[in-house]
Design a protein around this ligand. Structure first.
Ligand code: MRU
Length: 346
């Protein structure tokens, strides 16, 4: 089953806020509700939010009462702005919305507003279908880097749930497992939203891949002890020089991997590579509600004192110098990334 899909004129999405305790699929008919679902992390993971936003734009087309293509395009522009504002870091969101808008604006064959609505839905569906195909291609390239017997550290959730299907970094691990390689995964729990402990563990369980959850601050221990052969992570936006923005904590993992000579591979579809940004300091970093940090409970009790304040930075940037190689659907990029990424994006 896909994480994000179109059925009976509705967008359906697995509710990732309540997994693994409950499995529910929510239905959407309104682009503003889709934007809210992205902000609220019903759907999360860069490729999944890109596909969700593309379908959100298709919904906006059906919501609009405009009977001329010109008026419909104007309505779509404002829906696009709402969807793009839902989360700032993952470039796939703006990429997918702009791709659908671009198709709508440049189509020569469209005569009526209804034909334009169909065209938009078709483009959104193509983005979703291509995502699955791209992930499987990345998985083949990435799996070639994994050896039989490897222990791998993985951060956040980059699996089928973070994409339309299959996954990026976790897709690589899944393909290597299907190739018969024996792999053990150390799953960073990924504070504060626990995408690792909740979602990655839930996926690995279903794929039959052996794993153990570790608290994020345990990764350095295992890396220093020589117990880890590789790290695989995803990315929400990768700059032209190979600086990689990903879930908060990725930078510390990359530092510890580098210090211990353990290869560190982000798995990144080319739709996540933002060649317009020369380096990672230019990537907008989301800061979320401090309540996500302060709400933590232990043995039924709130951990922080009642008046505590918190900062909830959702992503960090790993400098390219700590990155061994970047796996894309077109092959693996190696330093100098300014040159190799440009080639693979083309
Ligand atoms: O805040 P999230 O859960 O949307 O963050 C997700 C990640 O950081 C993933 O590693 C990233 O989107 C790439 S995985 C497909």
């Amino acid at each position: 089953m896909r994480t994000v899909f179109w059925e009976n004129n509705e967008l359906k999405m697995i509710d990732q806020r309540i997994l693994p305790g409950r499995f529910e699929v929510l239905s959407y008919r309104d682009h503003k509700a889709v934007a809210h679902a992205i902000t609220d992390m019903v759907v999360r993971g860069a490729p999944a939010i890109g596909a969700a936003a593309a379908f959100g734009l298709a919904l906006a087309g059906y919501e609009s009462a405009s009977s001329s293509t010109r008026d419909l395009l104007a309505d779509l522009q404002s829906a696009a702005a709402t969807l793009k504002a839902a989360r700032p870091t993952a470039v796939n969101l703006a990429w997918a919305v702009d791709r659908v808008l671009g198709a709508a604006n440049s189509s020569k064959e469209v005569g009526s507003a209804d034909e334009l609505r169909q065209l938009i839905l078709g483009e959104a569906q193509r983005i979703a279908d291509e995502d699955v195909e791209i992930n499987k291609r990345m998985a083949e390239h990435g799996a070639a880097l994994i050896d039989d017997g490897d222990t791998i550290i993985h951060h956040c959730n980059t699996g089928a749930l973070a994409t339309v299907d299959w996954g990026t970094a976790l897709g690589v691990i899944r393909t290597a497992h299907e190739q018969g390689k024996k792999i053990h995964v150390l799953v960073d729990e990924t504070r504060p939203r626990l995408q690792g402990a909740r979602l990655t563990a839930w996926e690995l369980e279903q794929y039959g891949i052996p794993y153990e959850i570790i608290s994020d601050n345990t990764a350095g221990y295992f890396l220093k002890a020589g117990k880890v052969q590789k790290c695989f992570v995803g990315s929400d936006r990768t700059a032209a020089n190979g600086d990689v923005a990903n879930k908060i904590g990725t930078y510390m993992l990359a530092l510890a991997a580098f210090d211990n000579g353990v290869p560190f591979y982000p798995v990144v579809p080319t739709s996540t590579i933002d060649l317009s940004l020369a380096h990672g300091d230019l990537i907008p970093i989301e800061e979320r509600n401090p309540q996500e940090v302060l709400g933590l409970e232990f043995e039924g009790q709130r951990v922080a004192p009642q008046n505590a304040k918190a900062r909830n930075i959702a992503f960090d940037v790993t400098p390219a110098r700590l990155v061994t190689g970047i796996v894309t659907e077109n092959g693996v990029a190696y330093p100098p990334f300014e040159v190799s990424l440009k080639k693979l994006v083309k």
